[in-house]
Design a protein around this ligand. Structure first.
Ligand code: 73E
Length: 837
């Protein structure tokens, strides 16, 4: 007998929690339905089946997740800590199936059990824990971190109510509370054993201890308990499974017994309600929420939970606090978590008795700050009053950071009192407040913007003084999107076509899409490309019909603008174009016009009156145009309700034209612009945010650009901008504005759109009037280009082929090397007991 034949054949134990054959998956599904959900197959709802399937998939992540967590905790391994008040991961089931490589097998297993995977996937309520681009970016980054096998934890808030669901009622936005947790969340695991306590309010007391050391004690008014809920974030076809850890606030005890015993039952329950309110709801605003104490509480709460969690695990692993920054690289997703800087100082100095100077070095080495906006109204400040009430100790620490910082400034620029005022973390006007972007800049070793133009403007405007002080701290890292969700999952037809021709490495090396370039000349490939686009348009048309009752022509140009509704994003400029085309048709009914379907989607902040009016404008223009027989199916205007990750997925693959038309200098980056171009839409856009880099990448001949540049707009402004002048010089603009003024789209009501018209005619802060003509001419070029199908498809292929650099994998590699100094850590899948040995 040979040695090898003595080894018994590998025994395959097909465990119901790990096996991936079809019979095992079917058994696991039935098992989870019965034993986890307590439902017999004949009494189960579709949602029960969805939950059973989700548990079946979660089981198959568990070994990788535990191995990753175990490995990532080792003191020698540096971990990325992403602090973000928002995450928009989208539905997990489809993504997890794909990343595990189980999509097709599970589809078949489910089918053999008499179910349809697509129907089960549709049961999942997505976690809408963010407003828009910033939260979605955090989710793309979590996907890329795991795929690149970089150890990471995302910390955030487990809002009980996420972003509201949007309905359109009589043309207006109506907000419906989001109930994402209502039917159970199979992806999260509560970890009450890891709870931490967070102090709020009260006062501080200074003393000198027996060794003569100055000490400060914070005596809080209230304490809340933070309970972590963990969600696994698996990488694509790797063993790494990172963690998204979201915190829920609870009362420290269910009942305040002393109050209860005194007979004040309601008073006791009150405390519980007050605590739980903290993480009850996401502020549905993509601008900062000024002056709201609850918002500051939310920010402080999750940041304090996160830092306490890190210090605890670090110490438990035998780590030393002097080395905290060698174990963790903490990224601040905008200023929302910037209170982490004084909080880490407090934990180090007050709780762990680290000397101030050392604590400050550790803090600066730990944090890095990403700025996402330059809009002046969006720069966060907290009044000293409010901060002092809620976080008295942090206010003292911020004042001390500022005192020391300004002392350094004074030494560098003696006799320059003005400089000190400019750089101070404390603003005096219009009220005494902390400038959070300044605090984040002083407390971080790296500061980045999210697109090349944005980073330049950041250095020249908002953070100019800090750039002059420390140019070496500043860098640009252009945003990206994950090709897993935004191609593979959302555009399977295109993904398959591409993979058939160039293989599947592009999924993790998006630059490989370059190999498609020569195929742009191949008529057969072009035909296949066109078929995919048409099938995607057909699928979207079907959804449009179901959701809005509007029948659209799939041969028409699908002209799409989907994003938050905001004046600077200029959805109303798009509308002015639509009205102009309509006017032309009314003037000349036999006009040979390239048929278009205008598709809009996006939520308006509930308190943003002008944005809500823009939604009403879109629906009103649609109501008139869509039913005008003189128009036929040459123009259609659609507003798709409730834009979110789920509803966005079928939109990008079906677009011919991507509208990226913000006022130059206002959109920090944009990421929708990337999703469209990656899926083969051509862009019409201003030279703003990442549009500039997209245009450079795809080639200016494959991108329709228009509008004033940043410098041209500042010139216009300084010359005394007069929007009415443009009306006088353009009869078509004049006519379009007149249509609005006359009440034509509002059943004769001349008041309805008056606020919009007045804003355009009187100050037009976003320069719609100045850019109108250029936009119109550019749209004419788009129409002409669309008429030539062969060259349009060629350009579409070239867009996709050249979008490789806009993968969030590239962004994350840049953060890893230039900011975090972290490496990939492949995860070994030995059974846990062996890896312990
Ligand atoms: O340009 C986008 C950018 O692509 C920017 O407006 C957005 O961040 C995206 C990702 O970098 C953004 N969101 C917010 N600030 N910038 C924001 C502000 C307050 C609350 C919520 C979100």
């Amino acid at each position: 007998m040979t040695a090898s034949s003595q080894i018994p054949p590998a025994i395959q134990i097909e465990d119901d929690r790990t096996g991936v054959t079809i019979p095992t998956l079917r058994r696991a599904l039935a098992d989870n339905l019965y034993y986890v959900l307590g439902k017999p197959p004949d009494g189960a709802t579709l949602n029960d089946y969805y939950l059973a399937l989700a548990y079946t998939v979660r089981d198959r992540l568990m070994q990788r997740w535990m191995a990753s967590t175990h490995t990532h905790r080792l003191p020698t391994i540096k971990q990325v800590i992403y602090l973000s008040a928002e995450y928009l991961p989208g539905p997990h089931l489809g993504n997890n199936l794909m990343n595990l490589g189980l999509y097709e097998t599970v589809q078949q297993a489910v089918a053999e059990s008499g179910l349809d995977l697509a129907t089960l996937l549709a049961c999942e309520e997505e976690p809408g824990l963010g407003n828009g681009g910033l939260g979605r970016l955090a989710a793309c980054f979590m996907d890329s971190l795991a795929t690149l096998e970089i150890p990471a934890i995302g910390y955030g808030i487990r809002y009980e109510f996420g972003i509201f669901d949007q309905e359109i009622r009589e043309g207006w936005q109506a907000e419906i509370t989001d109930k994402w947790l209502q039917s159970g969340n199979p992806w999260e695991i509560a970890r009450p054993e890891d709870a931490v306590f967070v102090k709020l309010g009260g006062h501080t007391e200074a003393s000198t201890d027996e060794t003569g050391c100055y000490q400060v004690r914070w005596i809080p008014h209230q304490t809340v308990k933070g309970i972590p809920y963990d969600t696994p974030i698996p990488g694509y076809r790797v063993n790494t499974v990172n963690t998204l850890r979201l915190w829920k606030a609870e009362a420290p005890e269910s009942f305040d017994l002393s109050v209860f015993n005194h007979g004040d039952y309601y008073g006791a329950v009150d405390q519980k309600v007050i605590s739980e309110n903290l993480t009850k709801v996401l502020y549905p605003n993509d601008e900062p929420i000024q002056g709201k104490q609850l918002r500051l509480k939310q920010q402080y709460f999750f940041v304090s939970c996160a830092l306490q969690d890190l210090i605890r695990t670090h110490l438990a692993q035998g780590g030393r606090l002097e080395r905290f920054h060698e174990k963790f690289a903490v990224q601040l997703n905008d200023t929302h978590p910037a209170i982490a800087i004084p909080e880490l100082m407090r934990l180090l100095v007050d709780d762990h008795h680290v000397p101030w100077d050392l604590a400050w070095t550790i803090t600066q080495q730990t944090f890095a700050y990403t700025n996402h906006t330059l809009l002046p109204e969006a720069l966060e400040v907290w009044s000293l009053d409010l901060l002092g009430q809620l976080l008295p100790r942090h206010l003292e620490i911020i004042m001390e950071i500022n005192r020391r910082f300004l002392e350094d400034v004074r030494l560098k620029f003696p006799d320059n009192g003005e400089k000190m005022g400019q750089l101070s973390l404390i603003a005096d006007q219009p009220f005494r407040s902390v400038r959070m972007a300044y605090l984040a800049s002083v407390g971080s070793h790296a500061i980045n913007g999210v697109a090349a133009l944005h980073s330049q403007l950041l250095q020249k405007t908002v953070l100019r003084g800090f750039y002059d002080l420390w140019p070496e701290k500043f860098l640009n890292i252009t945003n990206g999107v994950t090709p897993r969700r935004w191609m593979l999952l959302s555009n399977p037809r295109l993904a398959q076509l591409i993979t058939r021709r160039i293989g599947d490495r592009w999924i993790i090396h998006l630059q490989d899409l370059r190999d498609l370039e020569p195929l742009a000349e191949d008529p057969e490939f072009r035909a296949a490309w066109r078929s995919v686009k048409q099938a995607n348009k057909q699928a979207l048309a079907q959804r449009i019909l179901e959701r809005t009752g509007i029948q659209v022509n799939v041969e028409s140009l699908f002209d799409v603008q989907v994003k938050r509704i905001h004046e600077y994003k200029r959805q109303h400029l798009n509308v002015l174009h639509i009205i102009t085309l309509y006017n032309r048709l009314k003037q000349n009914p036999s006009l040979d016009l390239v048929p278009r379907t205008f598709i809009f989607a996006g939520k308006a902040a509930p308190g943003y009156v002008q944005a809500k009016l823009i939604i009403r404008l879109i629906t009103a223009v649609g109501e008139v145009i869509n039913r005008d027989p003189a128009v036929g199916d040459r123009l259609k205007v659609v507003f798709l309700p409730d834009y979110n990750v789920t509803n966005g997925q079928p939109i990008y693959p079906a677009a011919d034209l991507s509208e990226q038309i913000s006022t130059a200098g206002k959109e920090a980056s944009g990421t929708g612009n990337m999703k469209f171009a990656l899926n083969g839409a051509l862009t019409i856009g201003t030279l703003d945010g990442a549009n500039i880099e997209i245009r450079e990448a795809v080639g200016s001949e494959n991108f329709f650009h228009f509008g004033h540049k940043v410098e041209e707009l500042s010139q216009l402004r300084s010359q005394g901008y007069d929007p009415r002048r443009y009306c006088d010089h353009s009869p078509e603009l004049n006519r379009a504005i007149h249509r609005l003024e006359s009440g034509f789209f509002a059943q004769g009501n001349r008041d309805l759109f008056r606020p919009l018209v007045q804003s355009l005619l009187n100050d037009d802060p976003y320069f719609l009037m100045a850019d109108y003509l250029s936009y119109l001419n550019c749209q004419e070029q788009v129409s002409q280009a669309f008429l030539n199908e062969a060259t349009w498809i060629r350009r579409s292929i070239l867009n996709t082929a050249r979008m490789g650099e806009f993968s969030s994998d590239r962004s994350i590699r840049e953060y890893a090397h230039q900011v975090w100094q972290v490496q990939s850590v492949p995860i070994n899948l030995q059974p846990y007991s062996q890896s312990e040995a």
